[in-house]
Design a protein. Sequence first.
Lengths: 372, 601
Amino acid sequence: MTTNRGLYIHIPFCSIKCAYCDFYSVAIDTDLVERYAKEQKKELSLVLSRYPQTVIDTIYIGGGTPSVLPISILEGIVGHIHKCASVNIREFTIEINPCSSDNLAYYKSLGVNRVSIGVQTLNPQILKIIGRSHTPGQALDALERAAGIYPNVSADLMLGLPGQNVEDVGCALNKVMPFVNHISQYMLKLSDDTPMGRAVNGGSIALPDDDASADMYDAGYSIMRQNGYARYEISNFCKDKNYSLHNLKYWNREDYIGIGASAHSFIEGVRYENPSDLTSYLGGNHLGNGKANSIILSKGDALFEYIMLKLRLEDGFSIDEINGLFGIDFLARYDMEIKSLCGILEVSGGRVKMKKDKMLLESYAARRFLPD
Amino acid sequence: MEDRQKFIRNFCIVAHIDHGKSTLADRIIEKTGAVSEREMKSQILDDMDIERERGITIKLTPVRMFYKYEGKEYTFNLIDTPGHVDFTYEVSRSLAACEGALLVVDATQGIEAQTLTNVYLALDNNLEILPVINKIDLPSADPEATRKEIEDVIGLDASEAPLISAKEGLNIEEVLNQIIEKIPPPSGNPNAPLKALIFDSVYDNYKGAICNIRIVDGSVSAGQRIKMMSTGKEFEVTEVGVFAPNMKPVDSLSAGEVGYIAASIKNVKDTAVGDTITHAVGGAIEPLQGYKKVQPMVFAGIYPADGSRYNELRDALDKLNLNDAALVVEPESSGALGFGFRCGFLGLLHMEIIEERLEREFDLDLVTTAPSVSYKVYKTNGEMVVVENPSKLPSPALIEKIEEPMVKAFIYTPPEYVGAVMELCQQKRGIYENLTYLESTRVKIEYLIPLAEIIYDFFDALKSRSRGYASLDYEPCGYAEGDLVKLDILLNGDVCDALSVIVHRDHAYATGRRMAEKLKDIIPRQQFEIPVQAAIGGKVIARETVKAVRKDVLAKCYGGDITRKKKLLEKQKEGKKRMRQIGSVEVPSEAFMSILKLDDN
């Protein structure tokens, strides 16, 4: 018997780090990149030998900035996947930064069929403030080239940036939409230990307030809807059901293997996290060697995760499914929570979901379901 | 007087809050070697964490020391005093246990208002006052001006006042020498019938309630039967001792000495501060002067934030009650807050201290309602009920009249603030009684004011209108009829009983409007729009709206880091634990105290 699993490859290298980013990444260095790729290959072999029934059906190369990798390194990694894994690729995505998009066309030869381009905004001042090194022109150029090569192109756009307003959001969407069939429109969530987080706390940068950010989201959603993009997750919109299959695995609690420093895996109901430290990772502390931090979920944890993740989806979840999976009577067990959330939660047609205009209150709803 | 008594000095220290009282006490204790350096922690007299943090003294902790002067060994008893109006009575009793007081004045600040109340209390108790000028090590110190101010404002001779730095340990010996030279030794007849003044009592798990006492006449030792003169209750003494600084048993205590008596007393309420202890047989006929039964003045509901911890709260209050006879506790219940307790306190500081101790020492999360006073409500059927909880006020149709407790307020202020102070008193429904010039720079103003007005924000307003110079003291002064109404707060259309307050009819509109505004800011935005209304007898007089929340979402979980997302939600939920669910509305616990934080404009 085989199990389909997603494969995430984390590339923790960037040529510069964005002011808002708290993902794990370090400056690019040729020697380090080679040693890292080698360790990743080793990790992948070991993980797959531990779960031999795995069939890889989605690949997502993310970062960091995967597009800063030399093409030979990427070829080596992808070649290794094909060598040691059973693959039946439905989707193969790579993240592209507009300022390192020279190899855009090459990725097709590796089997890539979807690219995700980090546009963030097309307002040049805001791009500078948030520490992105590309211009709006470079982003549009990358999008246009990508659209000529790949069947699936996605753009990442951010909301709630310093100085941003509803017009900026509409303007960026209108320029981006001709080239993409998928858009991630997500809210900036700053952590305190980023340069921008410190600037905001110190008062030198002001962010739009929650109402202004919500206005931007609503305006963006409305434009996308008018142009045929349907929302399928809080921050994700696509034309003609061109969902991100790999990301859907996260929200649907399907298995995925994450390879690389700080990568996360979810295999047979257990979550694993590799260390967020390159030295430690290169020293062999990873899932391949059984040295990832593992989190075994209790039934209550799993149930909460299910609710929290599924509420992000436009269609929520089926009551029959949750009852069957966890052996519960959802409506009886959460009677109080459901009643207390009646303004934002919709229970109808055997499904539970966020009301259409209350998607941005997903955390508000999810917290109510947290076990004590 | 016996020879023994000549070598005893009983004194306290009077000072403004940060003029260095505790630091000087520390230095004196160090110099006399009462505590080894290893045991010495800063501000040793302030036992509780709260006291050390706030730099205030709540509980009186005496300490005994020895000091050699001109070849003779002297015994010093230092009795610390609390410095807040809530505890004026306790202060007056500890002053009554002394013959002298050190008046510590900060050479950079000069005399401040708060000092004066206690100085006058000390003068009332015929204490010898020894001025000490502190902080002379600071560049901005002006010792000569301070000396002059002491002479002008209080009328004390300060020409010989020691110039010290308690922090640097400078000239402390000068202070010690003057204590011997200037403070008289205790008088009193060791052979007369026993009279011991209780100036504090504490509960010890092994010894029961312990009386901290000053022996005025006679002597006492273990095995004797004693009697509390206010109640006539009798006990057998199991131990007498001194504070060195921890309790140390001795054979006997006699006239002039300070120490403690343990007598297997189960309830701290039997050891009332100010009471006189004598022998059960052949005891004194007349008690010492000044005994007052301490009455709670301020009442508030205390509830566990988590209703399932009601029993823990009850046990914690029981334990605090053992140590604090002034705390009164009665179970009650609220529609909004569930099961809890109506507690009576001496004043607002006392209330804050109890809350803080419950939270720190017993790890309880509390919801406390706005403080109230005790009203006498005369009903149309001739019945009188005492109402300590505003939500329990009978319907207006059933009320003939309401009487509220009054206090006589004594306000001491420099003359330039007399106008501002009197204006404040008028606003607070005060009735003018008297105005006396004590000195050219000091005026005493007397007003009759409803206690309810004092407990909300009077003290802060007084300080701000007098730039901190005015000081307040008050004593209960019966009841008076008032045109009072119950102000209700409706959240999402439902009355929240825990937010009801009783106010004067003329102030009801303004208070209602400000409460609604304040609550609008305190209550976080929720899934629905929440109307916040203030109403009197069903008639809405003010309305504000808490807008519905629009955004509460975490960023995408790309890379599949689900664990972090869950942790973030858990952290957020933890932050919301101090919220109370009232009907469909989540209300933060500080909302119930919002009446105390209404801006004056």
